[in-house]
Design a protein around this ligand. Structure first.
Ligand code: SAH
Length: 388
């Protein structure tokens, strides 16, 4: 165990990592991968700030609570599941993945056998023929609730009830099964229509002592133990106190805003995905939070329309990989919060956006890096700023 990172020196090996492109750091001791990531962040923020530390995991394996498999045809008419080869649509069979939840891998293995015995033909992207396209498993690590999403090319599901009964017999821990219809010629995994085949149609998980409902197509952080540390850092970094109004931009199912709401006067959450907003509103109720409102709108549109009207002491922003927009950032400057916390899964776009905020009069008070995706080259970074 290394003193500096307080993490394991574990090295993982994987038979498919060369092909799948997911874990580029297999074969390298874990501590070393953290050093590489820390260096990367510091290069991106050169001349601006130096990250204090990178927070790694004690057990950096089997951490993914969401596992996706593309369904395809293998040799001799067999059914395979796996991932696309990097920059192609060839399917690499994956039976076990070191970073994925073990239970999810076991369920996917059963699904492969059941698809064969029920003669569900894998979907073929070139011809548009076939039925089964993708499988998606989500597991609440705290609640042990498990969701299985079967993405099919059309609604008709032959022998549906027998199939569900068989799957539940083999995996009684599955709490909900959803059929998602995706009949588009697209590389997107999920289509728009969900049909609940078993259970509630969602799972719940507990994060930072709050209970969250997660639907099949809402964003939820894939590594909950690291997420708890990240959210605590966000709330501490924003020095939130009971008179503060907090704006939670790109709020997903409301996880950060709901966690912050207990420490402040009120929260406004903005999110583009309507299903995530529905979940967020329910999540506030489940946790008895009354001082939070959610708006379903593009974050840039909302903030630019309301910059003159809303008061926010703190803006927490957690945009997708592409980062935020110039208009959003200039609206932040108009709202003029005394603190900004910027969480990002792509420090490259984050560094770009932070430069704009620095030009607008903000100063970095803290920066911490979280290894949310061990052995992959993804990095989660949090920057806390104050208005000078
Ligand atoms: N803060 C949340 C979600 C972060 S992921 C969490 O920690 O769980 C980024 C979120 O931004 C996703 O939920 C995505 O649907 C949303 N999003 C993407 N583009 C957006 C936009 N233009 N306006 C508002 N939300 C957006």
């Amino acid at each position: 165990m290394s003193g500096k990172y307080n993490n394991t020196t574990k090295t993982i090996t994987c038979s498919v990592s060369n092909d799948c492109g997911g874990c580029c750091y297999t074969g390298i001791p874990y501590d070393k991968t953290l050093e590489i990531k820390e260096k990367k962040v510091n290069e991106l923020f050169k001349g601006i700030y130096t990250t204090k530390r990178i927070v790694g995991m004690f057990h950096p394996i089997n951490y993914r609570n969401k596992v996706h498999g593309v369904v395809g045809s293998g040799a001799g008419g067999s059914v395979i599941t796996g991932c696309y080869r990097e920059e192609s649509h060839d399917i690499i069979p994956v039976d076990y993945c070191m970073i994925q939840d073990k239970k999810a891998d076991e369920i996917i293995s059963t699904l492969r056998e059941l698809f064969s015995s029920f003669r569900y033909r894998p979907y073929n992207e070139d011809t548009g023929n076939g039925f089964m396209r993708h499988v998606l498993i989500r597991r609440g690590f705290s609640t042990d609730e498990i969701m299985v999403v079967l993405v099919t090319s059309n609604v008709e599901f032959p022998s549906k009830n027998n199939f569900i009964a068989e799957l539940l017999k083999l995996h009684p821990g599955i709490t909900t099964i959803i059929q998602n219809i995706n009949n588009y010629n697209t590389s997107m995994v999920l289509g728009k229509k969900n049909i609940v085949l078993h259970g509630k149609g969602y799972i719940e998980d507990i994060l930072c002592k709050n209970r969250f409902r997660i639907g099949p197509d809402s964003f939820y952080q894939i590594n909950p133990s690291q997420t708890e540390k990240l959210y605590k850092a966000a709330i501490n970094g924003a020095s939130i106190s009971k008179d503060d109004v907090v704006f939670d931009a790109y709020c997903g199912i409301g996880t950060i805003g709901i966690t912050a709401a207990k420490h402040c006067k009120s929260v406004i959450g903005v999110e583009l995905n309507p299903n995530a907003v529905k979940d967020a509103k329910i999540n506030a109720k489940i946790n008895g939070i009354n001082n939070i409102n959610f708006v379903c709108q593009d974050a840039t549109e909302f903030l630019s329309e309301n910059a003159g009207k809303i008061k926010a002491d703190v803006i927490i922003m957690d945009p997708p990989r592409s980062g935020s927009t110039e208009v959003f950032l200039s609206s932040v400057l108009k709202v003029n919060p005394s603190r900004v916390v910027y969480i990002s899964c792509n420090p490259e776009t984050q560094a770009r956006d932070i430069k704009t905020l620095i030009k607008g009069g903000y100063r970095i008070t803290d920066m911490e890096t979280y290894d949310m995706f061990p052995y992959t080259d993804n990095i989660e970074n949090i920057v806390c700023m104050v208005k000078e």
